[in-house]
Structures are given as structure tokens and as C-alpha cells.
Write a protein that binds this ligand. Sequence first.
Ligand SMILES: Cc1cc2nc3c(=O)[nH]c(=O)nc-3n(C[C@H](O)[C@H](O)[C@H](O)COP(=O)(O)O)c2cc1C
Length: 204
Amino acid sequence: MDLATLLAQRRMCRSFDATPVDERWLDDACATAMWAPTAGNSAGVRMHTIGADLVSAYLARATDLEWRRDSPRAPGLARAGAVVLVTSRPQDYLERYGEADKRSSGLTSIEAWPIPYWHTDAAMATMALLLLLEDAGWSSTLWGNFRHDRDVLDWVGAPDELLFASVLIGRPDDNDHRSRSLERTVPARAARVRRVGISPEPSP
Ligand SMILES: Cc1cc2nc3c(=O)[nH]c(=O)nc-3n(C[C@H](O)[C@H](O)[C@H](O)COP(=O)(O)O)c2cc1C
């Protein structure tokens, strides 16, 4: 499949059929995703893979009891065949940008970064992983980091890292609960691209 089709075809899926993802294959896919660009070759992104047998233990840390009991999405997501936690290590970026060839950037403290590149790198590697999964016939959903991140990181043994996102992976079971985010009226994709030097069309 060509890349443009793959990109357009990838959609978040939030209900799976419990097919386990081969763990060795997933580890390899994550390593391949690490071909994504990394600022200054800081290489500060990590991926922690969680096999099907540990998905419920992961959810016990990542979610609230009320959510697991009440959310219509909980059963379908609990049937994920694997999870990947994408994390980053800001300390690697501070160290790299303190090296002789980068020191003039002035980026040796967290506060100095207008765009924290550890998030940028994590996003690039995550997108690469989403495309590799789609290409291999897997569906996935991405959870941002909004709560329980410290518990989850302690559980996987990475307390010094930041949890950028969690990717839940599986085969769709066609019971997806469509995201309300998709009901939003947003500018068309092409309208989010602007060629510099050309005035926008006047509104009718
Ligand atoms: C940074 C980020 C955080 C997201 N967090 C969540 C989340 O916590 N839960 C969820 O169901 N979807 C989450 N999503 C998925 C978006 O809702 C989804 O990408 C968007 O609605 C567009 O749908 P599509 O990816 O199927 O095209 C997140 C996506 C991104 C990029």
C-alpha cells in the first residue's frame, strides 16, 4: 500500500477482539519506529512493550476503577492485544545540548526550551509506530498522558522517564464507540496548508 493511502486509512480503534500481538514482532516494530528523527541524535525516546497477558495489569494502573466499571469503551479496550508506552528522557536532551557543538543553543535547562524536543521526538517515533502497525494490519488507539502516569512508569520500571503516550493495539471487533472528537467541525486538511505569499480567498 502506498504511504498516502496508509496515512488516510489509519483511524483510532477503541474496541478490539482479544487477538494477541506477537511480542517479538512488536519489539522489532518499535525498534524500527526508532528510525524516526531525533533532535541532535539525542536518542531520548523509549518504548516499553506490554504483551496481551499484562494488558489488564496495565489498565489497573492506568485507569480508575469507575472508568473500568462504567465506561462503554472499557471492555473493548481491555481486549487489546498489546500496549506500547512511549516515553522520553528530557535529561538526554539537556546533556546533548550541553555538548560542545550544541552549547551555544543555551538549552541546558528544561525551562530554556521553547519547544521541548523530547516531546517532538516522542511524537515522531509514535507516528512511525502507528504507521508500521497499520501497515501490518493492526489497529490502534493512542492515549495521551493525563493521569496515573507516575504509577504506570513505576510499574514498568521507568520512574525517571516521562510518559508521552500509550498505544493500545489489536484487531477491531467492529464494536467501536466513535469518538465525539470526530463530530467537531474543523478546517479541511487542505485548508490547514497555506502557501506563503498568496492572500487567502475573501470570505463570501
Ligand atoms: C496527543 C494525542 C492525545 C490523544 N489522546 C487520546 C485519548 O486520551 N483518548 C482517546 O480515545 N483518543 C485520544 N487521541 C486520539 C484522537 O482523539 C484522534 O486522533 C482524533 O480524534 C482523530 O481521529 P483519528 O486518529 O481516528 O483520525 C489522542 C490523539 C493525540 C494525537
